[in-house]
Design a protein around this ligand. Structure first.
Ligand SMILES: NC(=O)C1=CN([C@@H]2O[C@H](COP(=O)(O)OP(=O)(O)OC[C@H]3O[C@@H](n4cnc5c(N)ncnc54)[C@H](O)[C@@H]3O)[C@@H](O)[C@H]2O)[C@@H](O)CC1
Ligand SMILES: Nc1ncnc2c1ncn2[C@@H]1O[C@H](COP(=O)(O)OP(=O)(O)O)[C@@H](O)[C@H]1O
Ligand SMILES: [K+]
Length: 505
């Protein structure tokens, strides 16, 4: 799914009105009608509704919703905020309709003192501002936002299109924004919904299709995308019947150090479950028995050094389709030297995670030696160590995309919505996964999966998109069976099979 900017969403609306048999008032009726359907479905008539309307088209949506709920016999107060702006044409149209039929249900509010007393179990609908917000909310309107937010613990707050005060494409940190329990948004996700800084504002997001022009959607280029199941179906490659283990590549995993062999074992198991043909693990001498006993399907090569690996560059030859490096590796000087040598002799795309990323942040010039098309998998702290801090999440996304272009790498920034930046600057968000995966070892599993997919000849972009999707999907299956609390990283691995089956068989 494409993620459009606020300006593009306005363009999509205008294009739809110009090219499809629908007027702007009808499009508003359609959009707001979807919201009303959702509200009617979710809340019984015992809930009194307070619908706060601004004077633009978001407020127009609010008026349509108010009318529909009144028609259905709900108790509704339409709270119209009179802040002086000229009302939009569609707002005026639906205002007149409401005024004619339900004048008694309209309440005009011109300052904070006009904020209504809310009875128990009220539902607040926020239709104050949508994508048209062009500066932070100030003055008494800000006071209304605070008053609504004060109700967060007592009443349900449903935002229409966007929580008012939020901008689709810019940071609104420390400005007044509605804290919604639900956001009912039209047709597309907005970038703002996917960034951690807005997590407490958007609540649960529902995307309601309103029939915007497919022509516009298909032909308009965007930087940001949300990965979806259809995308995975175009990526996934079924295994040919006459395949043999050579078909699926030989991967080298460089991982583990004294006390951190678990990371290496988790990565190795995940790599095998992702379908690699052959796997060799380069591990420190102390990890030899551990790996051999934990995962009989993997071959092991022990380093000369006991507690960490320092000679893996000697291994890195053309036998290996790809290399996954980093989980539990440690950052000993000898390990860093071996990594530097490996980067001078191995030229295929590889997967670089954890301590291998930490080595790159200590020796940043090595970043230029990383083979083009490789996949870096930092969590936010590792990302900051590599590329520096950002003032807010929008700037971090800019930086992510810019660095992927500059270095010609795939950079996967982990999080609730993992963001995957490509060498052409495009960024794909992955929505699978859950907080049960916020536990040590989950990232090691991802490294194994990505390495396994690269070894099987998935192109790096295909591997990183499919790998992130499957990792989260398996995590969701594990959480459904075991709970988010009780699941461990190993459970992500043991549900990978079910994830493949559910997604592709
Ligand atoms: N035909 C369409 O264009 C459709 C639009 N829809 C709705 O329309 C919304 C966008 O409507 P608009 O473009 O009218 O924008 P909004 O309704 O978000 O508000 C824009 C109005 O608020 C004013 N404004 C902006 N920032 C302000 C601030 N900080 N303080 C005070 N006033 C401020 C603007 O000058 C303008 O008058 C969408 O979010 C969606 O809810 C939907 O009905 C779908 C169809
Ligand atoms: N709340 C969450 N929602 C979705 N995915 C999550 C969540 N928390 C963590 N994850 C995923 O779990 C993995 C954690 O990786 P990482 O922080 O590197 O863990 P570790 O280093 O302990 O292995 C990432 O892929 C991340 O996207
Ligand atoms: K809103």
């Amino acid at each position: 799914m494409k993620i459009f900017t606020a300006a593009q969403i306005r363009e999509a609306d205008a294009f739809t009105i110009a090219h499809e048999p629908v007027s702007s008032t009808d499009l508003m009726a359609r959009a707001a009608g979807k919201c009303a359907d959702w509200l009617l479905d979710r809340f019984a008539p015992v809930h009194p509704f307070f619908i706060f309307c601004g004077k633009g088209n978001n407020g127009g949506d609010g008026l349509v919703i108010a009318h529909r709920l009144l028609e259905e016999g709900y108790q509704v107060t339409a709270c119209l905020l009179e802040y002086g702006n000229k009302a939009s044409e569609d707002y005026i149209y639906y205002y007149r309709r409401l005024q004619q039929q339900y004048a008694g249900r309209i309440r005009e509010i011109a300052d904070v003192t006009g904020f209504p007393e809310l009875p128990a179990s009220a539902v607040i609908v926020d239709a104050i501002f949508g994508t048209g917000l062009n500066k932070p909310i100030e003055g008494w309107l800000a006071g209304i936002i605070h008053k609504i937010n004060d109700q967060h613990g007592r009443h349900t707050i449903v935002a229409i299109d966007m929580p008012s005060g939020l901008m689709a494409d810019a940071s609104c940190r420390n400005t007044p924004v509605i804290q919604a329990h639900y956001t009912l948004s039209f047709e597309f996700h907005k970038l703002a919904f996917l960034l951690p800084e807005n997590a407490a504002l958007v609540g649960e997001v529902q995307i309601l299709p309103i029939g915007l022009s497919p022509d516009y959607i298909t032909h308009t280029p965007v930087r940001y995308h949300l990965a979806d199941k259809e995308m995975m179906h175009t990526i996934y490659m079924p295994r040919p019947a006459f395949a043999h283990k050579g078909t699926f590549g030989h991967a080298l995993l460089v991982a583990g150090s004294y006390g951190k062999m678990g990371a290496a074992v988790l990565s190795a198991k995940a790599c095998l479950r992702a379908g690699v043909g052959l796997l060799t693990c380069h591990i420190p001498r102390c990890g030899y028995d551990i790996m051999q006993i934990s995962e009989p399907a993997a071959m092991s090569v022990a380093d000369e050094v006991h507690e960490h690996s320092a000679h893996f560059h000697e291994q890195a030859d053309a036998r290996y389709k790809t290399i996954g490096i980093g989980p539990g590796l440690g950052t000993a000087t000898a390990t860093a030297r071996s990594f530097e040598k490996l980067l001078t002799c191995y030229k295929r795309p590889m997967v670089i995670d954890a301590d291998a990323l930490n080595i790159l942040s200590v020796y940043p010039s090595l970043l230029y030696q990383v083979p083009a098309g490789s996949i870096l998998t930092p969590h936010p702290k590792e990302f900051e160590r590599l590329f520096g801090p950002s003032a807010n999440d929008f700037e971090r996304m800019e930086l992510l995309s810019k660095q992927a272009v500059r270095l010609q790498l795939y950079i996967l920034l982990k999080g609730r919505y993992t963001a995957i930046a490509c060498p052409d600057g495009a960024v794909y968000f992955n929505a699978t996964g859950n907080p049960g995966m916020a536990t040590g070892g989950s990232g090691d599993v991802l490294t194994g999966i990505l390495t396994g997919l690269l070894a099987q000849d998935y192109a790096p972009k295909a591997a990183v998109l499919l790998g992130a999707w499957l990792h989260g999907y398996a995590g969701d299956l594990a959480a459904a069976k075991l709970s988010q609390e009780a699941m461990t990283a190993g459970d992500i691995i043991s549900h990978l099979g079910a994830a493949f089956l559910e997604c592709f068989y």
